[in-house]
Design a protein. Structure first.
Length: 448
């Protein structure tokens, strides 16, 4: 009986609810204008919240700063292989070609004047292949060297507080555009900025220097680009002559369009240089104390730490202490006379770089980086142009696994350890975050 009462009570409740719902619907139908107002209000509230969410997302991702570990500016920079600007297909070559073409299309330069522009920019920021190179940064990766990615230029001259940026190293960089601005990717915009700032000199250059590369280069350097170091004149003149020989076939706006299309093809995806396939190494020193291996085998009778070719670390004290005097060595050179193939992974991890070095290493520029064990392992100088490398970017490797070989002609393998990602892309002579590999491996009781 009690069960029946409960069922009856529930039915009455549903009936009441139905009546109330019917009254509400009836009211809304009769007062249809109020219904429209209510729906419009709800829609406005929904759009407001969507807008606020988008703004919040934009402030977190687009409001870039130099302290960001992974800038989110979608840089469509110039791409290409590493190497000299005179070699077709390199990043620096593609940028030089773009600058030449834009000089003709935007500033209405003739071939000689466009070549003079290239000669000056290649001697300045454009030599790294980035339209937004930040002063004090020396690599071709936009996320770690580009002003458009929020990288703050570092002044090289104590007489000014802010560094330069872009293909002309505009100083101070804030005169042209702020950090993270996409204006830094516009090489034509940078040129026009200078021509407007130096309007009288620009007019003289365009009218007087149409057929004289040496004199025109000097005038451009001193009166438009206003270089701080005039000792580079001969290099600028030589580069201008090379640019004239290489790019003079480009003509008019069609040539500019073709060159820019070629230079921009295959623009970087954001993720490629953001983490590089692995997480940041632990800068606090929270290292894995197991499974370390010396990256190369010592020959019979040789103690790890003896070097025959190249240099030891820092002051060569094995103390792990690193003095601050300039130009000290930032790793250990395992010379071929005392150490033998193969090159091994010092700790398991992810290969985040494999190929040629993003900064100047000279002839022996083969370069590998493994993120593992709480620190970045850097292997370099064992080969030329990527030779001697047996792994690929993104590959997972185990401690002791063969990752490379001394390539023909090389005389040592330079091994470094760092917790600083910036060191991976442009090197460091400050040695912040770099460790003495021999001392570190001894402390970790690395296997031989």
């Amino acid at each position: 009986m009690g069960k029946f009462k409960n069922t009856k009570r529930t039915a009455k409740s549903f009936a009441k609810m139905g009546k109330r719902a019917f009254k509400i619907v009836k009211f809304l139908v009769i007062h249809w204008y109020l219904t429209l107002i209510l729906l419009a209000a709800l829609l406005c509230f929904a759009l407001f919240f969507v807008f606020m969410a988008a703004m919040e997302s934009g402030s977190n991702s687009g409001g870039n700063s130099s302290s960001s570990s992974c800038p989110t500016v979608n840089v469509s920079s110039v791409t290409g292989s590493s190497g000299a600007w005179t070699k077709k297909g390199t990043q620096a070559y593609n940028l030089a070609k773009k600058i030449f073409a834009e000089g003709k299309a935007s500033a209405k330069f003739n071939n000689i004047q466009a070549a003079i522009e290239v000669g000056n920019t290649i001697t300045e920021g454009a030599q790294w292949g980035l339209p937004d190179t930040a002063e004090g940064h020396f690599g071709h990766d936009p996320k770690t060297n580009g002003v458009a990615s929020g990288v703050t230029p570092t002044p090289s001259n104590s007489s000014y507080k802010v560094g330069g940026g872009g293909i002309f190293q505009i100083t101070p960089f804030t005169n042209y555009a702020p950090l993270s601005s996409r204006k830094w990717l516009d090489t034509g915009g940078q040129l026009n900025f200078l021509l407007k700032e130096k309007a009288p000199a620009a007019a003289t250059f365009k009218s007087k220097y149409k057929n004289d590369i040496p004199s025109g280069t000097e005038y451009f350097m001193n009166n438009i680009e206003v270089a701080g170091d005039t000792s580079s004149l001969s290099g600028r003149q030589s580069n201008a002559q090379k640019a004239y020989q290489m790019f003079s076939s480009i003509s008019g706006s069609n040539g500019a369009s073709d060159a820019m299309d070629a230079a921009d093809s295959g623009a970087d995806a954001q993720a490629n240089a953001c983490g590089g396939g692995g997480t940041d190494a632990d800068a606090t020193g929270n290292f894995d104390k197991k499974d370390w291996v010396y990256p190369i085998k010592a020959k019979a009778g040789i103690r790890y730490g003896q070097t025959d070719s190249g240099f030891n670390v820092g002051d060569q004290s094995f103390s792990g202490h690193r003095d601050t005097y300039p130009n000290q060595h930032d790793g250990f050179d395992f010379g071929t006379a005392k150490y033998s193939n193969p090159i091994r992974a010092a700790h398991s991890g992810t290969v985040i770089m494999a190929g040629t070095s993003p900064f100047a290493l000279g002839q022996y520029n083969s370069y590998m980086v493994i993120n593992g064990g709480g620190i970045y392992q850097i292997y370099q100088e064992f080969g030329s142009d990527g030779s001697g490398i047996d792994v690929k970017k993104g590959q997972q490797v185990k401690s002791g696994q063969t990752i490379g070989q001394y390539a023909s002609g090389s005389y040592h393998m330079h091994f470094g350890l760092t917790t600083s990602k910036s060191v991976l892309y442009h090197g460091s002579y400050s040695h912040v975050g770099l460790k003495d590999p021999i001392t570190f491996l001894e402390q970790m009781k690395a296997k031989k």
